[in-house]
Design a protein around this ligand. Sequence first.
Ligand SMILES: [Zn+2]
Length: 497
Amino acid sequence: MAQAQRITPRAKDFSEWYGNVIEHAQLADYSPVRGAMVIRPNGYRIWELMQRALDDMLRATGHRNAYFPLFIPMSFLAKEAEHVEGFAKEVALVTHTRLMATGKQGKDAIAIDPTSALEEPLVVRPTSETIIYAMYAKWIQSYRDLPLLLNQWCNIVRWELRTRPFLRTTEFLWQEGHTAHVDEADAEREARLILGIYRRFNEEWLAMPVLTGLKTDSERFAGALRTYAIEALMQDNKAIQAGTSHNLGQNFAKAFNVQYQTATGGLEYVWSTSWGVSTRLIGGLIMTHSDDNGFVAPPKLAPVQVAIVPIWKTDEEKQQVSGVGSQVKADLEKAGLRVELDLRDTMKPGAKYFEWEGFGVPVRLEIGPRDVAAGQAMLARRTTGKAPVPLQGIAQAVTKALDEIQAALFAAARERREQNSIRGATKAQFLEFMQGKGGFAYGGFCGNPSCEAEIKKETNATIRLLPDPEFRSKETPKTCMWCDAPSVAEAVWAQAY
Ligand SMILES: [Zn+2]
């Protein structure tokens, strides 16, 4: 029974807590394949809701969805030098196309048919730039074909040694946008536009506040000119990269010979971008909002927004409260809400509350005979308090409560992030901070990769990004937080997932 399980408190073991929350909310499970998870219906529904919201935003800005093959010829990966460097160590390869029955018993009953070896092995896509550019070379001839704004929803395989549900898995789901443009300015505008969309999506839907900014060269995407990212701070004060948007320059266009005829008749390589967010966001969402009682779903992405739990003792009462519950459900659904009416008679109300709580349902409506008599229901919020609401106009009251919960989750997460950020720290303070509770540390950076590497080696903290102006400190740092050389940019460090 679910109620027999205990969730390890965050303060005791954050990593164990994370696993418990996922198990309790039935979001995902481990599979027989090491490093590959099963996303269960409760988790997959969140992904579907995320997809719908983000897809609408992308469509509204002119992007269209397409689908490219799962398999990529191995030689394609070799075409862009940095790209092959970045992905070579984590690919799955298809080398054969047939198995054969051996006539033996047990695990020896089948074997690889050696005559079925592929002439050129296929890589299971770790990202799709290469295959997409092979097609772009065919599709793009003239400036009239630009910009080309495509997006793909698909699965990705990157062979990972250390995995964790949603955060790092060998196979994951994502969207990858791939766009081609006439010049650098248009590609840059696109990379920035997407970063803004990602921010809005994370803040408005996941209620997860993010910093935006530029990655340093050492953290940049393999093959990109510039990588922009959004970064969020989890409750254990570790950062998570929640999305990236790359200005790829002309690197892939040159590698795959994607040229177009300009308006004046010249020949030019296209400028391109790629960008993505993945099921990792579900991990971020869990670690941003959930508590020691389990999962907390932001209302906009909650698979069930309202659980109605009628309370009865006698059959007559059951009939009465069920009838009112059904009516309330109909009212709420008419208002566009996702609602469950819990009429199970195999469980006591307390056990039902516990289960819906563990599922992260933002609002629970309890309806007992005395509530019906008073023309009300008890509205219990997942995170705070319980109060009666009149049955008359209940849809407006519940909608208002959900909006308030969504806003409160975002405000609390942003406040927590700011409380766990330090600015203008000295090297000694930085060391103490990173060895202690950690968080976002803002400071001057000399721009030297060896300085960056040394900090990483000593503290495990990396530069998450060089923040955009709105996040920068009032006082611009003059020297590098670590080495005292002149600062070229303010940076934000954190230990990260
Ligand atoms: Zn330095």
